[in-house]
Design a protein around this ligand. Sequence first.
Ligand code: ZN
Length: 303
Amino acid sequence: MTRRVEIIEVSPRDGIQNERTLLSTAQKVDLIRRAIDAGIGRLEVASFVNPKRVPQMADAEAVMAALPRDGRARYIGLALNRRGYDRAVAAGVDEVNFVVVASETFNQRNQGAAIDATMGQFAEIAEGAAADGVSLGLTIGASFGCPFEGEVPVGRVVDLAARAAALGASEIALADTIGVAAPTDITERVAAVKSAIGGRPLRIHLHNTRNTGIANAYAAVEAGVERIDSSIGGVGGCPFAPAATGNIPTEDLVYMLDRMGVATGVDAAKLIDTATWLEQQLGITAPGMLHKAGLFPPDAKAA
Ligand code: ZN
């Protein structure tokens, strides 16, 4: 049986939100169209947060309004609170990715609230999400470590995941927001969380801050995770996490999975073109490696 992993493209949100160069709405829509054309079927397209705090996301509604609605892809909007959720629903997203951070200090800085208050908002929102016509997932930020508090106890992550599952979250994501995890951490925390969420889908979100990102993705796949976030070119960061760097590069991840015989339905060659294009739009050299090294064998096509 062919193993399969779904890639969730997060460059339009996490990828570009920490970049100095502000992209126009048209450039963002172009990026999303290119990702869909490469075979991506699910994307985080915007973050519905205070534009004063994240200027790159100020046109979230305009991006949503300009996206193709031909059923080829599902669009996820990120929300940190009720107001963000309401904006995302009004903008017509298919899914809302609500965020709580597994560290009081970081949650306070990121959402301006205590963890319990954020989870209380999630509980209220979860009651109405089906009626609002959206799927509602929960991402647990700093699941592997916090820039302010250091180590994050596995029990706290498991507790938040179990609460989210009990509240009906459509998906639970563990985020290594500041890129501190090693593959053994992934193996341990994925197993612990899986046993607490009763078969609900588990997604993983990795940053390559300490160069462990692709190894962590491998560990996640081996631990049975079937949904992985990544960002074309490996661009990205977090405005509220000091020194956080990019997400794992989508094209590098697809290359590895292709060679492992894990199906993604995504065309690495098209992603390479888009990584190069995105570098030009942002005026940077993206940290990803495949778009510099090329495919192997050189005429390789998507699996
Ligand atoms: Zn992130």
